[in-house]
Design a protein around this ligand. Sequence first.
Ligand code: ADP
Ligand code: MG
Length: 400
Amino acid sequence: MKKIEVNKLTKVFGPHPKQGLKLLKDGKKKDEILADTGMTVGVNQASFSVEPGEIFVIMGLSGSGKSTLIRLINRLIEPTDGEVIIDGENITKMDKQSLIETRRKKLGMVFQKFGLLPHRNVLQNVAYGLELQNVSKQEREERAKKTLIDVGLQGYEDSMPSQLSGGMQQRVGLARALTNDPDILLMDEAFSALDPIIRTEMQDELLKLQHRLNKTVLFITHDLDEALKLGDRIAIMKDGQIVQIGTAEQILENPANDYVSQFVKDVDRSKILEASHVMKKPKVLTTDKDGPNMAIRKMEEVGASSIFVVDRDDNFQGLLTIDDAIRSHKEHLPITEMLRDDVHTTAPNTPLDDLIGIAADTKYPIAVVEEGVLCGIISRVSILSGLVLGKEKDNEGATS
Ligand code: ADP
Ligand code: MG
């Protein structure tokens, strides 16, 4: 099941939103509606869905409708039309009490402005939401302490917000959103006010946190680099409409229109894309308990001349070539003694740029390994061809 489903969600600000909606359905543009009626289109028939555990980024210039969209999702703003479904439940139709419950249980929100209570210390700020729910002092402080550890603020419980740097204040903001243990984090330009280095740190932190806690994250930004770095998928907004949804790779490779092309034209693909963006699930794997015959049969099935070997827990063991598999069969040696040790492994967040030398230098696919587990493989051709084709596109751009 999808975690969040948004269908034709629309918000028109003004005295007669339904009339504005009709104009949108007739294909009128945001600026025409403003000129003709004085009403502002916030969000125009936006549809998308978010998978559990996904970081879904909404990117667009200022005024494109991002904040309105995220506030429609938790109904801080009432939609003019369309629906929002979370875990199969229609938020748009909920009565007030169920809406409050759902927000409390499932949704945590982090804003650009931290909005911390200045006269309360860090612990009390983080525990505040639980206090409003009448959770006992002992329990709420225990839970708040735990979340402070999650965001790297252990030891700062007694500090006052004014004593903390912007980055640390935003960590408190994040902890506050996490104390209820919500499945979904809604983050509206949460890092946009931070200095570049702190911002990068927070992005890395969020990725780690997401990985560890497996939250679904809806992240809003006007910054393309941030979108490409964080987003499993990215939706690009313009004038209240979603103009493209895709992975970083899809958007860089196939911009849906001139607007998106303009956005991505200066991006150096090899610097932005990471191993995890281009890796594929291996078509076949064999385990270290399999014999050579099984490995050979699996290679034959997909026409491959080598196969990656993992243990029962998907831990990466090595690569077995067809020649070595045959030798293993003839000489009655276990395949684990035949594994190649000249296979390159890399972490999921390695920039493609760093893999170019390796791809040119090896005969085998590159194994993407995280904490010992094989999470994907990258064929040499996907790196090397991308470079050449990427360059050709740049050249076409230059001459046309
Ligand atoms: P973003 O977050 O992408 O910068 P917003 O969602 O804040 O964009 O705004 C989208 C559009 O809706 C803008 O044209 C903005 O002026 C308009 N808008 C936002 N909130 C209101 C409001 N409360 N009343 C009228 N217009 C609004
Ligand atoms: Mg905004």
